[in-house]
Design a protein around this ligand. Sequence first.
Ligand code: HEC
Ligand code: HEC
Length: 340
Amino acid sequence: MKCVWRFLAMLLLSGGGNHAVAAEQLTIDLTQWKPPDISTVGDDPFGQLVKYGHALFTNTANEIGPGVPEPAKRYAGNNLACQSCHLQAGTQPYAMPMIGIWGQFPQYRGREGAVDSIEDRINGCMERSLNGRALPLDSQEMKAFSSYMRWVSTAVPDGARLLGAGTLQIHEPDRAADPVRGAKIYAQVCSACHGPNGLGMRAENGLGYQFPPLWGPDSFNNGAGMSRLLTAAAYAKHNMPLGTRFDSPLLTDEEAYDVAGYIVSQNRPEKANLDRDYPIRFQKPVDSPYGPYADGFPSEQHRFGPFGPIRAKVKELAAVSRTANSGGPDNGSYHSEDGK
Ligand code: HEC
Ligand code: HEC
């Protein structure tokens, strides 16, 4: 197992005094990490939950999708799988991997303006990416998901700095995304799998997809992280077409930006009560496709960019806010190459 042990000396000067506290933070490089093997999991009670969690994660539509026989189990509102986005059962670096995520919670999240548990975060994707309803905390399904998160994070110390987590941001062009140019790239590179109409292709057997939809009624809703242009661009550049890895992208930054512009220009399910998101308004990501916004820029610019001017304004607002310490403007899940 290769992991990078790096010690960052941080000097924390306590107000007025001479006390210097050195803190060490371990970095785990997920791009070099060997994930644990699901076939080695046993049949003890924890192992059974881990295996059920793996099934829920990789085969979501057939386990808890809108078409399963038992109505009480229809938690998801579309036929995507968690793995449709979190590739390779949540182990692919820069495809929002689940490895080590266990030890990053509880964490402050701007979207809720509160400290989230890992269960809150799982339900965030249930209600948005899966366009469904929240799993009850005491359900077998929630226990299985969180057990899977715990297991897939095996050997990663809690609170480690993770390289390869989230998505890897693109170098953002200094202009609005161009959906017309994006449509051409889509037709050339994406439509062979995701379909000319973006509605994907159903699996030969069962309820899921061989190629998931990118928009339309069975896609993620407008409250999902993937409905943000910069998240979709970062994700597409470093993971698509299927088989692409972050270190060998096919799309250029400009192409990823425009194809993401095309995707976010399409219709998808709308989530209710989105005005309750980001109660501290300046923490809303600049590319959030829904208002209200604190900065006065039109929703068109929030959807397609350019984002530089919005970012500058939001920074100003953050600087004068009394709650700035609860977290800066939310940059979502994307990271620069040094993992910051
Ligand atoms: C070779 C087939 C293929 C091509 C080409 C391809 N994809 Fe995908 N894409 C997939 C598959 C398969 C998944 C789901 C992964 C899984 O289920 O393991 C996926 C998932 C996605 C997702 C997340 C899931 C969702 O439903 O939103 C996005 C976004 C995406 N692709 C965008 C793109 C874009 C943009 C392009 C073109 C630049 C593209 N893909 C090209 C096969 C492909
Ligand atoms: C349509 C794509 C998509 C699907 C499907 C999806 N997610 Fe996510 N998920 C994301 C994105 C994008 C993020 C990054 C956060 C953001 O920007 O909103 C994320 C973040 C997460 C995180 C936090 C990861 C981190 O780095 O902190 C967890 C946990 C999670 N998802 C669990 C799930 C589970 C469980 C499912 C299935 C029930 C699921 N997701 C389905 C797109 C998706």
